[in-house]
Design a protein around this ligand. Sequence first.
Ligand code: GLP
Length: 236
Amino acid sequence: MRILRCDSLDDWAEHLAHLLISRLQVTPSLRLCLPTGVTPVPVYDRISDAVRAGRVSFRQSEVFLLDEFGGVAPDDPGRCDRMLSRFLLDRIDLPPDGFHRFTLDGDIDGECRAFERLIGSGCDLTLLGIGTNGHVGMNEPGSSADSLTRRVDLAPETTAATARYFDHDRLPTWGVTQGIGTIRRSGEVWLLAAGAGKAAIVDRIVNGPVTVDVPATLLRNHPSALLVVDRDASAV
Ligand code: GLP
């Protein structure tokens, strides 16, 4: 895994936006897996600006949602698809049928299998945030390296951490997520971490053993894994 350390949050977001814009310019039909959460928001802001300025386009690309909360109303602003729309998709030129998300109102296992088929041999590029317990997507500790898109229970600390996404206290206890195996099929995997709150887990991902107890470590030996951290997230 390569590691890119940036001096400030601004630098970090600039770098990531620049890298992603370059990928899209080279491959306009890029198949992307994107996360929600707070971490990527400054990157998404810059990407939206670049689209508005005509520097890059998503017209030919596809976006696969990384994960989704279960038991949450379809119009809840805390849903992952709603967050990704608000922070990025509503502000770029991706055609509506280029966004692949989870509906979760029927046969969930069947929907997960269909999502796997849609991803097929893998996305070209997957961006990931990191949970403080080392989860990626909703692959909590214990998730295996070959896990696929599936329904999962959230760790209690993950449920508690979702409070910042919702404007009510009916927090999700489960969800569906692309698996570690699904993510490992991606041509490139970029792990994003910013802020002092991620420093301890970044240290374990970089220096600790590869273990299912810290799911992000299962991506360390991916041939094109890149960890991008700002100064605060790399300062243990
Ligand atoms: C959440 C999401 C992940 C996200 C991570 C970090 O639970 N399921 O996809 O990347 O935790 O979130 P944040 O970026 O808000 O710290």
